[in-house]
Design a protein around this ligand. Structure first.
Ligand SMILES: [Mg+2]
Length: 507
């Protein structure tokens, strides 16, 4: 099965000698790289011209906060220069004419639809044009052009039914690639339509999508993705790592929105301190939809919707928002935890660093990264690993666990500060990011902790269970992480002593 590769916003960025997206330079770069189809975004100026621009304003690309809808074509034409400016759609059509390539015109809004149709007619480019974007825009195009090649926008892992295709008669069903699984492709093909997906920049994922029958793959990395599909690259580890990073970034967007717009209804679960918000359930549903589409043979166990694993199949452990009490109380310190556990150990993981809601990922034997940068725990100083340093832990729900109070006094007696920040995921993973000498939780739960343990181990930190073994997925019991083996061991020793001093925990 071979899929066609679509150049996203032309061919731009570091893979295309720095051409800027949606410029004639990017269209030329895509043509030079042999693109069959070139996607561009269209917006309308105040005087009715269809120009190539993705965002509603010129801010991101041109450092100019004006909305393009409030600028005349003459004003837009003054920004940038030569091939490195905002072109008319008509100019892009002219560039593509006679090359054999097609232009895929994208609109996230119906406003430019009529002007875009007019530009295509004037250029007599109907046969080399496709259309995607908002359903309202597609209706305008379909009415004006009965033969147009239209992409039906689709944003669910559930495939469309025949009735969903009737009004637009689309050639393609166009979905975010993470929602496209083998069942989805088969269902769309059974309806007589083709599957288009966006935006795929991981070579192994693109090759996977082509293998399951996706017909059209949009990418920023035209050459790399075309080569990977042609070579039928197989790398499940790279695929899984790219997917968990995308899911963490998706969770981050939800969390950020919740901070500005509110968390919605806050419910409680086991007790008054055990919160769940609409953000938790929305993120878990989204993650489950993606994992179900991408890894249909795997199990999923999640904080909000449960699930079980007998250990036979690989299992994803998910906490959509770790630290919901913080979120519900306006404290900006929450995380996300997703780990794939295979044969009793985490092999791929993602969490969110609460600082900037930045994804932190790790793969067994390969390393750990924060926001694309490799991470390593800092070299520990000489001397007692805990004195003058910080240790973090979490409560049992809202309560002290057996030995907690004794640990607090034992650590403070030796000049070590104990902190309880409110997210078990961030507390353990924080050691990988240089936050404190060591951390522990009193009871391991894979939903909250498996991802963080893999990240600490891959960043060069130490992980210990209650017996002192370096298990990344113990049955239960406390887990300890340290910037060094000495720090993890020192915290385990301090914890054991604290348990001994807690009279209530005896027997
Ligand atoms: Mg687009």
């Amino acid at each position: 099965m071979s899929a066609r590769i679509v150049a996203h916003r032309g061919y731009h960025g570091s893979d295309a000698h720095g051409a800027r997206e949606n410029t004639l330079a990017a269209v030329d770069a895509a043509l030079a790289a042999g693109a069959e189809v070139i996607e561009v975004d269209v917006r309308l100026t105040s005087d009715g011209a269809a120009v190539l621009l993705h965002d509603p304003t010129l801010e991101r690309l041109w450092g100019d906060a004006r909305p393009v809808a409030e600028m005349t074509l003459a004003e837009v034409a003054e920004v940038g220069g030569g091939r490195h400016r905002i072109p008319l759609l008509a100019e892009a059509l002219e560039r593509v004419a006679g090359t054999g390539a097609a232009l895929l015109i994208d609109m996230d809004h119906p406003a430019p639809a009529a002007a875009a149709v007019e530009a295509v007619r004037t250029a007599r480019a109907e046969a080399h044009t496709e259309w995607c974007g908002s359903a309202d825009a597609m209706r305008i195009v379909r009415e004006a052009m009965p033969d147009a090649v239209i992409h039906l926008p689709w944003s669910s892992a559930e495939p469309p039914r025949a009735a969903d295709l009737e009004p637009l008669r689309p050639t393609f069903v166009n979905a975010p690639h993470l929602l496209v699984g083998a069942g989805f492709v088969a269902a769309v093909h059974a309806l007589g339509a083709r599957v288009a997906c966006w935006t795929v920049d991981e070579p192994a994922q693109a090759a996977h999508l082509a293998r399951i029958g996706a017909d059209s793959i949009t990418t920023n990395r035209l050459r790399a993705i075309r080569d990977a599909v042609a070579a039928d690259v197989r790398d499940e580890g790279a695929r899984a790592l790219a997917i968990v990073e995308s899911l963490a970034a998706h969770a981050a967007a939800h969390t950020r929105r919740a901070r500005t717009e509110g968390v919605g209804i806050v419910r409680t679960k086991r007790d008054a301190a055990d919160h769940v918000t609409e953000v938790d359930t929305a993120v878990e549903r989204d993650v489950r939809a993606v994992l179900g589409a991408q890894f249909p043979e795997h199990d999923i166990v999640g904080e909000e919707y449960g699930g079980t694993s007998d250990g036979a199949a690989p299992c994803w452990y998910l906490d959509p928002i770790d630290g919901t009490a913080n979120l519900a109380n306006g404290v900006p310190w929450t995380s996300f935890s997703l780990a794939l556990v295979t044969e009793g150990r985490p092999v791929v993981a993602a969490v969110l660093d609460p600082v900037g809601e930045t994804p932190v990922i790790a793969a067994e034997g390969a390393g750990a990264w924060r926001g694309g940068e490799r991470i390593a725990v800092p070299e520990p100083a000489d001397g007692d690993p805990l004195v003058g340093r910080m240790v973090t832990t979490e409560l049992a729900g809202a309560r002290a666990w057996p030995g907690f109070v004794e640990l607090l006094s034992g650590l403070s007696d030796r000049g070590c500060t104990l902190r309880v920040p409110g997210s078990g995921t961030a507390t353990l993973a924080g050691v990988a990011l240089g936050r404190g000498a060591a951390a522990m939780v009193h009871r391991y739960s894979p939903i909250d902790h498996a991802a963080a343990l893999l990240i600490v181990a891959e960043a060069g930190g130490a992980v210990r269970d209650e017996s002192g073994a370096s298990s990344l997925h113990p049955d239960s019991g406390p887990v300890f992480v340290g910037a060094s083996a000495a720090a993890a061991d020192a915290l385990l020793t301090e914890y054991s002593a604290a348990r001994g001093r807690d009279a209530s925990s005896v027997g």
